[in-house]
Ligand binder design. Structure first.
Ligand SMILES: [Zn+2]
Length: 225
């Protein structure tokens, strides 16, 4: 078995060895003060499968602050999944998603606009479809659905019965999108965030707290900047 590279060993007054895999894949070992190099190496070897699994997991995650330059290999989110960007020769439309995002090389300079347009179109389709279905299923009605470019206000609702969603939300997993849709649909009946409101949300989405938490923790990733 090839030996795993340890990037840093931190010795402290602790009782056992712990392994930490950072977001960039680096392996940090925390160990008790007097642990020998040998036993650290052994421990790492015994846990090499775990380390490898963590590294794979980290690789699948988008980078901590998703800065996009629209270069080959960069990661983009769609429905909670990460897809790599691949530049191609002539291609119509300019941006296509299969197992990768394929972008026409000539459009790289305006890639941000191209991506935005792509996300907006997907958001408009998906959100209308899901909102209609969920409204029907739970007896809500709305007059209009608009797609906004809000950066953190994922959904909103007007007193005239229109519900609005940011196109950026289409980068989130479907269950998160559905929670936001339900949230706004409930607002068409209960405009505030009273206990009654949250109770109604919970009836429809029993684990809504988890989904809200996901948005709070990952919302900053749902952007192209
Ligand atoms: Zn609300």
């Amino acid at each position: 078995m090839a030996s795993l590279e340890i990037n840093e060993i931190i010795r402290t007054r602790r009782k056992s060895i712990a392994l930490i895999v950072l977001r960039d894949g680096r392996l940090i070992v925390r160990a008790p003060l007097r642990t020998s190099q040998r036993s650290i190496m052994d421990f790492v070897q015994q846990n090499s499968a775990w380390v490898e699994k963590q590294r794979q997991k980290m690789k699948a995650l988008p980078p901590a602050n998703m800065v996009h330059h629209f270069t080959e290999g960069e990661k983009f989110l769609y429905l909670g999944q990460t897809f790599c960007l691949q530049l191609t020769q002539k291609q119509h439309p300019a941006l296509v998603l299969n197992s990768h995002f394929l972008l026409n090389k000539d459009k790289q300079v305006t890639a941000k606009t191209v991506f935005e347009k792509w996300y907006k179109a997907r958001a408009a389709n998906l959100f209308s479809e899901r909102a209609l279905q969920l409204a029907q299923q739970h007896n809500f009605s709305f007059k209009k659905l608009r797609i906004t470019s809000a950066k953190t206000r994922w959904g909103s609702c007007s007193s005239r019965g229109s519900i609005n969603f940011s196109w950026r939300l289409v980068m989130a997993p479907l269950e998160i999108i559905e929670y936001v849709i339900i949230h706004e649909l409930v607002h068409t009946v209960i405009p505030n965030h009273s206990q009654t409101f949250w109770k109604r949300v919970e009836e429809i989405v029993p684990d809504y707290k988890l989904r809200r938490k996901w948005l709070k923790q990952n919302g900053h990733l749902l952007n192209l900047e």
